[in-house]
Design a protein. Structure first.
Length: 372
């Protein structure tokens, strides 16, 4: 792919990410329960809130900065964290752990002992305090829909989202601090989530699993849910090199490759993936497609895949370019998506500008830039 075009589009997407407003938040404040089922959560919009959409958003800045070998976004990142600390952090849960990937990265480059302590406290919370499911899984606890200082429990539920929002951070913290307990817990969570979410027939991941009902809810292969694994697992394996047993690494990598093979088979001719991977009548969705493309490209870069996978990944990255408008806004991004019991739930999710949509698109373009 053309480096000049990639860099131009990346600059547009990142600039928009850093200035993404929360216009929809006012509308979402009075959202009904039905509206929230479709993704109208006030905290999700814009770049300023401390939650998973913004945490994923900031991660895109980190990865582009690493690719370009500069610190162009550090001032923004540092100020973002300072502003949120001044306001006060929201409730402690899986989703509000996502911004700790940024906190972790900043503490590697700057002397920030208080922030380092926050990272250690969050890692300890995940291992020792976070509610667990049967078999010791991380319950997918989230922020309350209308109160940032409270939580919503999902008792006995495993969600694919957890792997990126919390487990990647925990693994990196374990390696950073030489804490074998944290490393072992992070690896165990990957193994457990694969056991209950990976479909043996297709290779895709279900969105979730409930130990209460012993089912995968609606049994839907959701695009973005799968993409948390496509991109998250490859970054996790890279971060854990030298700190994970050969058998565990082989198991995770094999499940990841099976999923990639399945994804390539259902890629739309345009290059993207549908919001329900196996349902062409569902809309094409950019955020999940971006993370899938980024995961495949990163896998090639790290040597986990050979170059026969490059055409599919490049086709996806090229398709994403068409969804970036002149102002850098990425279109066709599905809003926050709770667990669904049928396909219609996922088809009805609203399409809205989101920090993670900007970021996951940027991650795909960044990985393409590495290989251009």
């Amino acid at each position: 792919m053309d480096k000049k075009l990639l860099n131009e589009k990346l600059d547009l997407v990142i600039h928009k990410l850093m200035h993404l407003d929360a216009a929809d938040a006012e509308l979402a404040k009075n959202a009904s329960k039905e509206d929230r089922k479709k993704g109208m959560f006030a905290r999700d919009f814009g770049i300023r809130e401390w939650d998973w959409p913004q945490g994923v958003g900031l991660y895109g800045l980190l990865q582009l900065q690493a690719c370009r070998g500069n610190r162009d976004y550090d001032a923004f990142l540092l100020q973002w964290v300072k502003d949120n600390l001044a306001i006060g952090l929201p409730s402690v849960n899986i989703n509000t752990t996502a911004p700790f990937l940024t906190l972790f990265d900043l503490t590697e480059r700057y002397d920030l002992p208080e922030w380092e302590a926050l990272c250690e406290e969050r890692a300890d919370y995940l291992v020792h305090i976070l509610p667990k499911t049967q078999m010791g899984g991380f319950e997918h606890v989230t922020s309350h829909a209308t109160d940032r200082n409270d939580v919503s429990r999902n008792p006995e539920q495993l969600w694919a989202d957890t792997l990126f929002m919390a487990v990647l951070f925990l693994g990196r913290m374990g390696v950073r601090r030489g804490n074998q307990e944290w490393i072992d817990e992070a690896v165990y969570q990957y193994l457990l989530h694969i056991k209950y979410l990976a479909d043996n027939r297709t290779g895709f991941l279900y969105h979730g699993w409930t130990f209460q009902e012993h089912s995968n809810f609606g049994g839907i292969f959701w695009n973005r849910g799968n993409s948390w694994f496509t991109y998250g697992a490859v970054m996790f394996l890279k971060a854990m090199e030298g700190h994970i047993s050969g058998a565990d690494r082989r198991f995770i990598l094999s499940a990841w490759k099976n999923q990639v093979d399945a994804l390539v088979k259902v890629q739309d001719p345009c290059g993207l993936w549908h919001t329900i991977l196996t349902d062409p009548s569902s809309y094409l969705e950019t955020s999940g497609s971006g993370a899938v493309a980024a995961g495949i490209l990163a896998g090639i870069r790290f040597g986990y895949l050979d170059e026969t996978y490059l055409p599919a990944a490049e086709k996806a990255a090229e398709a994403l370019l068409d969804y970036v408008d002149d102002d850098g806004l990425v279109g066709n991004v599905s809003a926050g998506t709770g667990m669904g019991m049928d396909a219609q739930h996922y088809k009805d999710i609203l399409i809205r500008p989101m920090a993670y949509g900007q970021s996951l698109t940027a991650l795909a373009l960044t990985e393409a830039l590495y290989l251009a």
